[in-house]
Design a protein around this ligand. Structure first.
Ligand SMILES: [Zn+2]
Length: 164
């Protein structure tokens, strides 16, 4: 379907950006008319709340945000969605692999819309997470997973602090 094709195109475009090492470059916006289909295709019931949140999140630009950040954005747009609903919706997006969840210091969770394999810097001064292209970190050895388990993903967060 067209929306999924668009998503695949976006992913392809992002790969290319990674090769150039420029992850900040803007990528093509998904046509908002396709959001209902986009949600349906990902087996998510197209509720009003999901639609509003998907529109804010999947605009074709990579972003990192907390549930609280999104809550504030929703309020600015004069939509009423509770923080609990936002948490639930974000977790359903993570389950469908539409979003990544990154745990940082103090047990905080930051979400990331970049679904390409990559790592993160965490700036403890500003609280911001930024992408590190995968090829900037070389993992030489990875331990084998415990019995009955397999490695699903590897997250690397490099914590930054101010010099001196
Ligand atoms: Zn990221």
């Amino acid at each position: 379907m067209k929306d999924l094709d668009n998503l695949h195109k976006l992913i392809d475009k992002e790969k290319h950006l990674f090769e150039k090492g420029d992850v900040e470059e803007k990528i093509e916006k998904i046509n908002s008319d396709n959001f209902t289909d986009f949600l349906k295709k990902n087996q998510l019931k197209p509720t009003h709340q999901r639609f509003v949140l998907a529109e804010l999140l999947f605009d074709g630009k990579n972003k990192h945000f907390t549930a609280e950040d999104l809550y504030e954005k929703v309020k600015l747009k004069k939509n009423k969605i509770s923080l609990a609903t936002i948490y639930n919706t974000l977790h359903s997006f993570v389950e469908k692999k539409l979003l990544k969840q990154v745990s940082i210091k103090d047990g905080k969770t930051i979400f990331c819309t970049n679904m390409n394999s990559h790592y993160h810097f965490f700036n403890s001064v500003t609280g911001q997470l930024t992408d590190i292209p995968k090829n900037k970190i070389k993992l030489k050895t990875v331990p084998t997973a415990p019995d009955g388990m397999k490695i699903d993903s590897i997250n690397v967060v490099i914590n930054l602090t101010k010099k001196n």
